[in-house]
Design a protein around this ligand. Structure first.
Ligand SMILES: [Zn+2]
Ligand SMILES: [Zn+2]
Length: 104
């Protein structure tokens, strides 16, 4: 079942204020688009990855973590970053769509 990446609402259990999917293929709802700045979340996650890379590097050097495990953790972080980027693009498209008045 489709589930919002950010709030976890689903087709059956929408947000209290009511929501819809903003874009085909990206699971983010209109309620979240209004609430969050996806751009900020992308920046946060990118920063987080940089910090974690240093931490993992040190742990591998100290023999506290295997290189394989560190690489896997980094891969997971990048996967999250990709999803956030997709959410950001969807949010921006949605805002643009709503800004442009539709002729009826
Ligand atoms: Zn949502
Ligand atoms: Zn929702």
């Amino acid at each position: 079942m489709r589930k919002c990446l950010l709030c976890g609402c689903t087709e059956d259990r929408a947000c209290d204020e009511g929501c819809a999917w903003v874009d085909n293929g990206v699971d983010i709802c209109t309620a979240c688009v209004d609430k969050i700045e996806a751009r900020e979340m992308v920046a946060d996650q990118a920063r987080e990855i940089m910090l974690r890379r240093n931490v993992y590097k040190k742990q591998v050097q100290d023999g506290k973590m295997t290189l394989k495990k560190a690489a896997k953790q980094i891969a997971i972080s990048y996967a999250i970053l990709d999803r956030l980027k997709a959410a950001q693009i969807a949010a921006e498209n949605d805002r643009q769509n709503r800004r442009s008045p539709r002729s009826s």
